[in-house]
Design a protein around this ligand. Structure first.
Ligand SMILES: *Cc1c(COP(=O)(O)O)cnc(C)c1O
Length: 844
């Protein structure tokens, strides 16, 4: 299985672009035979007339063959040893493409490349045929993908559970400078990486009513008579660990109409409506909600949440019962991680299975439940916290609402018993039911109380959880909240995404870093080495040329690879402050046009943004449009030609990220302090040798701890200062507007149509939000320091040797942010599972 590029970035004999020396003829001929075999027998085609898509499918099938063998092996190993398993429940898995990742994991990338090239085919074009598995919005879904890959690499028996959406994240097109969303039917040509399990279905009920009674032993019993049923069908997506020793699966459920329920309807004689209802129930898994920052509160969303939770728990319990006759060992064998509150209904669902279906008594069932679940919180933004109206939840899931009430009742009894003085306000804050107006279920409370561990995703975020929204719960359960700083998999985000850098690193310190990212510390002595610096710059230059070509082709703008590539790529959101970035661009524009002396010392810059706005998020879409209007004016102005460019790369997704990140010089991580839970884009960019300009927010702080204050550009208010300013009513944006002439001018230009003469009021709402409506994200307060810090960045860039040294130090010190480290921490502290290392491996 291991060929020349078996483990690393290339080893000896690798060219700068990451290509290895020619492989033996026999290997290439063998690969050719396998490709032709699949083309013929799996796809029913001959080589004549086969296009790139056919060759993609044939190559993917060859690669899958390798993976299936180790999948079977790893499944049997886990089954035989009855090892504890990790189940990762997530509404989103933002996987991206799989072919190159799997070729690398199985050590056959070079073999594939050389074989296809030898056949006169365009390897890159064939890889680009793969549709994007964009079953997620952003950071949360991408974290799920990184953790699944690390679990496989570490040999942890694990399975992901989620939804097999027909339509993943929308494609973003730009028309007249505005975002247009287009549906993306990513399964159009099937999916080589998933096995559809037509035979593996689970009935999931909705609506109906409950019946209380007494069972044969005289105990109180409850029954839920559902009124509606949908089948969940399993689709298993393979996830290969590095070296392909372990292959795990993500089981994604798709909705199928239930035969039993259909027959009832068809028998009523209304054929047309019965068919319509059939496709209605199948529409459940149709589409991913494209909003990652607000809780949408739609019934269909709640239905999706219960659908995948119910099917997954059924599956988990069934698998447990193959080896066990009772449930006493459930938490010893099963760890369930809830990725945010979207799967929080797993808590009442498991209680229902234990108590109603298997006759356990409540207290025993509750101990098993809390021993099994752990919950990851991803955001403190109030608008993103999920709550469901009691009426809606009780209608759709009547038994679950009863169980939630019972959990809450017992929990609040405990609270009252333990408190010395009665405090109704505190009890109300702790309650799972939010009173006042429409009564709603607080999903974060439910997930928190139902779990034995609750984690934040960066040190600051965890600290803010303890002090803020979870303060009362933290007081009740002081051991429960723990930190697990996010991480990224080095396989995708360096080994695959940046082949030139992976090759360069491999030539100097070997390839151990691919499985043990701390090995990058071997680069530390090379940071000062003039020869290594030159090679490092050459690699970055190569990546910038590649990105420039992509920008030319996708946006039509010519950019200069010698300019500073200043990159902000992430979802468009007010708290992430792409607008602050635009204010800087316009400031630079003015300074250059004014012939400002300071501007002459500044290097040429190419500011690159990318990201999607939620379709219903008005401000975010207006910001996308502003970026385009500003870009149009700046890029056409001869006065700033060669000194400033602004580019928006459309349709940001994992594959676009893999193109942009290796080419970045500067990483913009400029969220209002206290709003970005962790960030993982910050880690990807630093690992690829970009220096960070950022606030002391999320994982930026920990990145700063690792790389050293001299090698990162921090600016702006800290979280505590931002909080104090906002909540003591001390923020007076108007003061900054009137007090800073440069800011004043920039805002007036934007607000009065300097970038959109045809419609001068277009950006009035943006400027008003800053000057008149409170400037919630404190752009006005951070502007001056941001501009000053950007000047320091520009000055630092002028000294290329020092800049390169800092960039190398960033790469060398990113080991801590490998998702392998994150997973090891979850494994030891939360899941209590051991990673099984194969001979010779030293991960963790
Ligand atoms: C990593 C990643 C994100 C998260 O980026 P942040 O900067 O942490 O918000 C979002 N989308 C994609 C496609 C990613 O790869």
């Amino acid at each position: 299985m291991n060929s020349a590029d078996g483990t690393g970035g290339g080893g000896g004999g690798v060219h700068m672009d990451g290509r290895a020396a020619p492989l033996p003829r026999a290997d290439i001929d063998g690969m050719k035979r396998r490709l032709h075999n699949h083309l013929r027998h799996s796809l029913g085609r001959g080589p004549v007339g086969s296009g790139a898509m056919d060759w993609y499918l044939a190559l993917a099938l060859c690669t899958r063959d390798l993976m299936v063998e180790s999948w079977m092996d790893s499944s049997h190993r886990a089954y035989r040893s009855d090892a504890k398993r990790v189940y990762y429940l997530s509404m989103e898995f933002l996987i991206g493409r799989s072919l190159v990742a799997n070729l690398l994991a199985s050590g056959s990338l070079e073999l594939a490349r050389q074989t296809l090239t030898d056949m006169g085919l365009d390897f890159q074009a064939i890889c680009d045929c793969e549709p994007e598995a964009a079953l997620g919005n952003g950071g949360l879904g991408r974290l799920a993908a990184c953790l699944m890959e690390s679990m496989a690499t570490l040999g942890i028996p694990a399975r992901g559970y989620g939804i097999y959406y027909d339509y993943g994240m929308f494609s973003q097109y730009i028309e007249d400078g505005q975002q247009v969303e287009l549906p993306e039917r990513w399964l159009r040509n099937g999916n080589v990486w998933a096995f559809e399990r037509q035979d593996r279905t689970v009935p999931v009920r909705f609506f109906g009513y409950t019946r209380a009674g007494v069972d044969a032993h005289g105990h109180e019993s409850h029954q839920w008579i559902g009124n509606d049923e949908v089948l969940a069908q399993a689709n298993d997506l393979l996830v290969a660990g590095h070296g392909c020793w372990t292959v795990n699966a993500i089981r994604l459920w798709s909705a199928r109409a239930s035969r039993e329920f259909d027959l009832r309807r068809f028998n009523q004689g209304d054929y047309i409506n019965a068919v319509a209802e059939q496709s209605f129930s199948e529409s459940l898994s149709n589409v991913l909600y494209p909003d990652d920052s607000t809780s949408v509160g739609k019934a269909l969303r709640l239905k999706q949440e219960y659908f995948f939770v119910a099917a997954s728990l059924h599956d988990i319990v069934r698998r447990f019962r193959r080896n066990h006759t009772d449930f006493t060992k459930f938490p010893e064998k099963v760890a369930i991680q809830l990725n945010d509150t979207h799967p929080a209904l797993a808590v009442p669902e498991l209680m229902r299975l234990f108590v109603d279906e298997h006759g356990l008594d409540w207290q025993d069932a509750w101990a098993l439940c809390t021993g099994t679940f752990a919950y990851t919180n991803h955001t403190l933004l109030p608008e993103a916290l999920e709550t469901w109206p009691v009426g809606l939840l009780g209608d759709m899931l009547p038994r679950h609402l009863e169980i939630i009430y019972e959990i809450n009742h017992r929990f609040l009894e405990r609270v009252r018993r333990r408190s010395t003085v009665p405090d109704d306000a505190r009890v109300a804050r702790l309650s799972m039911i939010q009173e006042g107006g429409e009564r709603r279920v607080r999903m974060a409370h439910l997930a928190f109380v139902g779990s034995h561990r609750v984690n934040g995703v960066a040190a600051l975020h965890t600290q803010l959880m303890r002090a803020g929204i979870f303060a009362d719960l933290h007081h009740e359960f002081p051991e429960r909240i723990v930190n697990k700083t996010n991480g990224i998999t080095p396989r995708r985000w360096l080994h695959e995404a940046n082949r030139p850098l992976a090759g360069l690193i491999g030539r100097h310190v070997g390839d151990g870093w691919v499985a043990n990212l701390e090995d990058l510390r071997g680069l530390l002595p090379l940071a000062e080495d003039a020869g290594f610096q030159t090679d490092f710059r050459a690699v970055k230059r190569l990546n910038k040329e590649a990105l420039s070509a992509y920008i030319k082709q996708s946006v039509g703008v010519e950019v200069d690879p010698d300019s500073l590539f200043d990159v902000q790529v992430k979802r468009i959101h007010e708290y992430k402050r792409q607008l602050l970035n635009v204010l800087h661009v316009v400031t630079l524009y003015n300074r250059i046009r004014d012939g400002d002396a300071g501007a002459d010392d500044q290097p040429p810059r190419t500011v690159i943004l990318a990201g999607k706005a939620a379709p219903a998020y008005y401000m975010a879409k207006l910001i996308v449009r502003l970026i385009h209007d500003v870009a149009r004016v700046i890029n056409a102005d001869p006065v700033v030609a060669g000194r400033l460019r602004l580019v928006f790369v459309p349709n940001y997704n994992v594959s676009v990220a893999e193109r942009i990140i290796p080419a970045a010089d500067l990483s913009e991580q400029i969220s209002t302090a206290g709003t970005e839970a962790s960030g993982t884009g910050n880690m990807k960019l630093a690992l690829n040798g970009a220096l960070t300009i950022g606030t002391r927010d999320g994982a930026n702080i920990e990145i700063g701890d690792e790389v050293g204050e001299d090698n990162i550009f921090f600016f702006g208010l800290e979280a505590a200062q931002a909080e104090a300013l906002r909540h003591n009513g001390g923020h007076d944006p108007w003061r900054y507007y009137t007090g800073d002439p440069e800011l004043h001018r920039v805002l007036d230009m934007i607000g009065r149509g300097a970038f959109c003469h045809d419609d001068p009021d277009r950006y009035r709402p943006i400027v008003d939000s800053l000057t008149r409506h409170g400037d919630h994200y404190l752009l006005m307060a951070d502007y001056a320091d941001y501009i000053a810090t950007q000047e320091r960045v520009g000055t630092a860039w002028r000294d290329q040797d020092t800049w390169t040294r800092k960039a190398i130090l960033n790469v060398a010190r990113m080991g801590r942010f490998s998702s392998d480290v994150t997973v090891m921490d979850y494994a030891q502290d939360i899941w209590k599972v051991s990673a099984r290392l194969e001979e010779g491996e030293t991960v963790g």
